[in-house]
Design a binder for this molecule. Sequence first.
Ligand SMILES: Cc1ncc(COP(=O)(O)O)c(C=O)c1O
Length: 406
Amino acid sequence: MSQSDTHAEHGDTVLGALRPEARVEPESGIISIFNYGRDREGLIPLWVGQGDMPTPKFIYDTTVQSLAAGETFYTYQRGIPEVRQALADYHEGLYRRPFDVENLFVTASGMQAMQIAIQAIAGAGDEVVLSSPAWTNYPAPLRLAGVRPREVPMTFSNGRWNLDLDRFFGAVNERTRAIFVNTPSNPLGTVMSADEMLAIRDFCRERGIWLVADEVYSRFYFGPGSSEGALPPSFLDICDPEERFLAVNTFSKNWAMTGWRVGWLMAPKSMGQVIENLIQYNTSGVAQFMQRACVTALQEGDHFIAQQVAQAREGRDIVCQALRTVPGVQFEEPEGAFYLFFSVDGSGDTEQFARRMVDEIAVGVAPGTAFGPGGEGFMRLCFARSADSLREAVGRMTEWLPSQSR
Ligand SMILES: Cc1ncc(COP(=O)(O)O)c(C=O)c1O
């Protein structure tokens, strides 16, 4: 027997001994295409959810100073007091009501805020209801925790996405622990109406289940009043901080800090010790020197957010105007976040289609199937990039796509 056969056999035994949930969970469809084409020369990367601006100096300088000052020790599990206070002030400024530091917890990314939310409220045999297409990183961590995600497909007709609330609520049963909602939506760019939000909040209250809200893109809003600074409707406006309500958020998008891996969770005060424990047993907290930059971002980062949102707004206009002219291409114009979710008639297998886009025109998009049922035939493109690179990308696409549409 050759050495590689022995390795393969050992590999089988090792994999066979894993928890089934961990063994069978597929690779993220976003990361898969990213890995396929990340080193291609001249490729315009529109596949992952981030812009092309690095974290600004005025934000990271605070981290450099903190490191130089020797802030390299273990720190508060719930977040340093300065960030929690800055988070409360930040929310107060946006939502025009008081927020309490005791409801705010710093986590190692929005993704980890989601993990902590899941660990706190659901486990093996439970179910969570969410709409689909949705960000891949909801159903996957749920399944890993033994929780069954009940994905209710939205429908796309006449150029609009629609969530049938009766069908959505109909997916809730005695095993359901929570409803997860993401607005503005990744990948759809849709924004939930205030009426839909009220209906969901009331339904959760009636059924005594948790409402978990992800509004990480709330600053990236292009709807009514947004040019004057209006925010999209928010669960933070209608939920009581002490009810069964959790909100996940992140520093990643607003302040171009995707690589930092810092986020936050808003939760009832009475959960404080439980969340502290979950943080302790997961990551034992976020580095103090990184949290220093988060304080600066929250306190002084508004002009930078405005710059990014303006860029995204221009990016949205560029990609929508260009792709609207391509026969066979359909989409709903995004009202929020920074993604265009578009379909191409006859595109066939979306993963293969995304790979062909890499190979033939060097444009990286994420396949719609990465976002669950309802994503077939669609692609997600991130438009949080410079106008020049987006013009180049859609130029290549508008030439190539018509020959692909059958
Ligand atoms: C809808 C949504 N929620 C949460 C996150 C979490 O971001 P991070 O883990 O970078 O903090 C993302 C990132 O893409 C997202 O798209």
